[in-house]
Design a protein around this ligand. Structure first.
Ligand SMILES: [Zn+2]
Ligand SMILES: [Zn+2]
Length: 290
């Protein structure tokens, strides 16, 4: 697994790249725009070129873009839905300019009046088809599993699998968030359960669709359906869970493992990176050291 963190771009792309090098990131995730909304600032070609060169020199990749959280591809409000389509297509274009391979998005949530997600999922399929019609370049769109908070779609592997299989494999894949899965009731704290959860993901979603893993511990307990990330090893999943996840043999050595963990201390990112590095290549041996 290649490790990285979600980095801020508030000081520009070159500054972000230098901070990623300083941390020893092997891969990086960013927002391409302010996650709070508003029109995206145009990208400065010279700043982008310097970032790309630094990443190349330091073998950092892939670069992953996370779409803004306020999108709702499932919205029953046509204006909101078409705005979400517009922003996501724009983010795919921006990702290509930035040299990114993937754009990760949440799937959306069903309307207040809807008792199940079937209509909402139909709108998501329409929305994604519209996005793919507007952007036809090489950047792949990744659908992220959710904790199933409120009316959020895409928390069950079954639902995520059905959705991703509606689209061409080379255009749409998946991103797996450990904290979201734990929140939905997949017990990643238990190494033996980890060895059942990923084969289930393979059956229902396909490990061949999985391009990015978000490594986050969870502040809330198993099945809480709440989405609050904790430092690696300091939440419900714990170190043994992460040791099993990071070393799961079904993931290739280049699988990006990106942390979206709290930045509550100046060394938080460095500390989390040190933790996952220490766990890498330490195969789970049933709890016995040796
Ligand atoms: Zn996300
Ligand atoms: Zn995530």
């Amino acid at each position: 697994m290649r490790f990285g963190v979600h980095m801020s771009i508030s000081g520009g792309m070159e500054k972000m790249a230098r901070a990623a090098i300083e941390l020893g990131c092997e891969t990086v995730q960013i927002f391409s725009r302010s996650p709070r909304g508003g029109k995206a600032r145009p990208l400065d070609p010279r700043d982008v070129a310097r970032m790309k060169q630094l990443f190349q020199e330091h073998d950092i990749g892939p670069l992953v873009i996370h779409a803004p959280y306020y999108l709702n591809l499932a919205s029953a409000d046509e204006d909101k839905r078409s705005y979400s389509i517009e922003v996501l297509a724009e983010d795919l274009t921006r990702a290509e300019i930035l040299g990114a391979d993937f754009v990760v998005t949440h799937i959306g949530h069903r309307d207040r009046d809807e008792s199940d997600g079937s209509q909402a999922l139909r709108r998501v399929i329409d929305s994604i088809n519209e996005v793919l019609g507007r952007y036809s370049g090489p950047v792949k769109l990744l659908l992220e599993n959710t904790a199933g908070q409120g009316r959020e779609l895409g928390s069950h592997f079954e639902e995520l699998g059905k959705l991703v299989h509606m689209f061409p494999r080379d255009r749409v894949g998946t991103c797996f968030d450990t904290s979201h899965a734990f929140g939905r009731g997949y017990d990643l704290s238990d190494p033996e359960a980890v060895d059942r959860i990923f084969p289930a993901y393979d059956r229902l979603v396909g490990l061949d669709t999985l391009e990015v893993i978000h490594l986050n511990d969870s502040k809330h307990p198993l099945g809480s359906r709440k989405d609050r990330h904790a430092h690696i090893g300091q939440g419900g999943i714990g170190l043994e869970g992460f040791r099993a996840i990071i070393n799961y043999p079904g993931f290739g050595p280049d699988m990006p493992g990106i942390m979206e963990t709290p930045t509550d201390t100046p060394t938080a990112d460095a500390d989390n990176l040190a933790t996952v590095r220490a766990l890498r290549n330490m195969q789970y041996d049933g709890g016995q050291e040796g």
